[in-house]
Design a protein around this ligand. Structure first.
Ligand code: NAD
Length: 260
């Protein structure tokens, strides 16, 4: 379905981004990966997912907190892949503390990586999407783009911000073949959440499995984690023709979290 298209997924060396990249590859899209840590393993995984289609997989290690590096990544995608047709803004970090204790540099980093990076990739990708009259921007927001939790001020501000950015740019591109939407996952068991589970287990002197049950029980009525693959399949759907008129939504995949 996506043969001939190129997807760029930020923060795709791990977790949700990697799962989304694999699903897009399985539909035939070429993929540009980004993120920290080992890139060779994720590149091989995504290439394997798209093997039947003979896709190409690239990688750029831009730090999403640095606009100049984002510009270099977008230039790489343009020169090596002819531009970005599907942009998935996924890179994100978390820090948990009351606002009065929140380290200033953590606030700045969360706003830069979880919100401003999407502004930069979008401002650079949308002109080519407009020229081709086809494009998909999928912003990985969060249930925290719709509701808040205590001790997550920067994260909640960034995620509400990216939902707003999604709506504004969806309106700006409404009459074109470009769609801009957000996906709002609840808990997904990735390294980002595992850290929070481990902290909870340490603080309460609990077994990790009990900490996991408590984490889900507080927020996610299904008591099940959402999987990266489920989010990837939703991204594939948004890229299909059925998604042509879906514009500016913030689509929860949260086991009922925001229905409460
Ligand atoms: P993760 O920690 O598994 O992956 C984060 C990815 O972002 C990694 O590839 C990492 O290298 C990359 N990254 C971090 N800082 C970066 C930077 N400065 N520049 C470039 N890449 C950077 O986390 P995840 O759980 O897969 O989270 C992915 C996205 O999904 C985040 O935006 C997160 O807020 C969102 N999200 C996660 C959950 C969850 O429960 N895990 C729920 C809702 C939303």
């Amino acid at each position: 379905m996506l043969k001939g298209k190129t997807a760029l997924v930020t923060g795709s060396t791990s977790g949700i981004g990697l799962g989304v990249a694999e699903c897009l590859a399985a539909q035939g899209a070429n993929v540009v990966l980004n993120g920290f840590g080992d890139a060779e393993g994720p590149k091989a995984q995504v290439a394997a997912a798209g093997k039947a289609h003979g896709i190409r997989v690239g990688y750029h290690g831009a730090d999403m907190s640095k606009p100049a590096e984002i510009e270099a990544m977008m230039a790489y995608a343009a020169s090596e892949f002819g531009g970005v047709d599907i942009l998935v803004n996924n890179a994100g970090i978390q820090h948990v503390a009351n606002v009065e204790d929140f380290p200033v540099e953590k606030w700045d980093a969360i706003i830069a990586i979880n919100l401003s990076s999407a502004f930069h990739t979008m401002r650079l990708a949308i002109p080519t999407m407009r020229a081709k009259n086809w494009g998909r921007v999928i912003n990985i927001a969060s249930a925290h783009g719709l509701v808040a939790s205590a001790q997550k001020s920067a994260y909640v501000a960034a995620k509400h911000g990216i939902v707003g950015l999604t709506k504004a740019t969806a309106l700006e591109t409404a009459t074109t073949g470009v769609t801009v939407n957000a996906i709002c996952p609840g808990w997904v068991l990735t390294p980002l959440v595992q850290k929070q589970i481990d902290a909870r287990a340490a603080a309460g002197k609990l077994p990790v499995e009990e900490a996991k049950r408590q984490l889900l029980g507080e927020k996610q009525p299904s008591l099940q984690f959402t999987t990266p693959q489920q989010l990837g399949e939703l991204a594939v759907f948004l890229c299909s023709a059925a998604g042509d008129n879906i514009k500016g939504v913030a689509w929860a995949v949260d086991g009922g979290w925001t229905a409460q």
